[in-house]
Design a protein around this ligand. Sequence first.
Ligand code: NAD
Length: 493
Amino acid sequence: MQVKVHGVQLSEVVPLGLFINGAWRASQDRFVVVNPGTGAVLTDVASASICDARDALEAAVEAQDSWRAYSPRARADLFHKAHRLLVSRADLFAETMTLESGKPLTESRGEFKLSAEFFLWYAEQIAHLHGTFADGSHGGYRVVATHQPVGPCLLITPWNFPLLMIARKAGAALAAGCTVVTKSAQETPLTSALFVKVLEDAGFPKGVINLLHTADAAGVSSALMSDRRLRKVSFTGSTGVGSTLLGQASEHIMNASMELGGDGPFIVLDDADVDAAVEHAIACKFRNAGQACVAANRIIVHQAVEEEFTRKFVERAKALRVGNGMEAVDVGPIISERQRDRVHRMVVRLADAGGEIKSGGNVVAGDGYFYEPTVVRFPKASDALCGDELFAPVAVIFPVQSTAEAIDFANDTRYGLAAYIFTKDISRAIVLGERLDFGMVGINRGIMADPAAPFGGIKASGLGREGGHEGIYEFLETKYLALTVKSEQEILA
Ligand code: NAD
């Protein structure tokens, strides 16, 4: 295989093994990684067995006490070194991400920048963890509350943001003093290998970070989850798998954070700046070919502006350039042929349910797994999507008659990740933002990810937050020490 990345043979720059206890390990079983932009095989990588997984956990358990004992400054120094190395490899990361996930190079660069910022954010938080010191309620003792690392963690990441997901999770866990076993998505193991290589090169001690790729995600993760020495699972992916992991975590009452699916409503009210709403809706819907948990799933538009919004939105969607992410395009491929066929079946179902296809609606012929940016309009709010997450470059527009109808329709879902609202009236934005049953609400903006923001959802969209001041506490336990103290009279007697 002669694939080059950033001008060099891929196998020379990307480790293709597993990283366990500070060393890259080959394995007999391997699986292939495919470029969804061409359909061609990029390479193959080691596939972890259950034995490899146990070794990785053993290494993480072994390294836990010494990693926890690192001073905040010593830990932060390693983070800063890793951050500098990360930044020096920006192009390598961006090209690798585009090759294995298909996303346009400009989006890969954006993801890289955000991921590096997340890593830096956690580096800065290491030295800013505060406890409390208080009087006991009845005197005679003091209440000292401090934080300590949860312990060895399993991090499981999806393919749609191959660097952001691992950088955001591992950054928080390692900063908190936890050791980790991280399992990449089968579709995108290469970016996570590059990330772990950066940590290795920066000098993170052996066993502190371990990386598994595997063709047997369920088997490998079940083996890890059944070991009571694993103290936490942090998962980003579908709600179904999240629910399975929570079931397994309940066995040992294991700490769990879950970033799951979404059904994001994108609400445009009658007083909205329609041009701005269209621009943000295009980004919110078609970024990463719609394969984002926070993507606009239902575009809900007040009837007063719906004709103008839909006309302009369809024009913009038709102008999007679709193609291989290494070229100058706006929308890349769907991650796999299977997923692309799912998208087409879904569009056919929407048309059968009364949706009018305003643009797109077809598989793009040729190599790679492309689908036309598609806009479907329904005459009124309906359950045509059946609560499904589209996860596709398919926008579905529903006109509504009133603000109240918009909010009720938006909340009528089992999910609660991200919602968006466009209005020029700040009171409406605040009050309605508070009424929306979602963990995050974008007000007059369609992109919200930021290291300083607590990212996460409620209801079937998950538990816990990543980023913000909250992110690091997901990997810390509160420890209370009750200190007996003598009275002032005894001391001064
Ligand atoms: P997925 O749940 O199929 O896979 C996610 C990860 O879980 C992968 O690493 C996969 O190998 C692993 N996995 C699959 N089955 C498993 C099992 N039985 N046990 C343990 N691990 C298993 O999801 P996906 O298709 O890769 O990603 C898309 C989903 O992720 C969408 O639902 C999307 O909304 C969600 N997502 C959520 C967020 C968020 O922050 N809330 C971010 C990105 C993606």
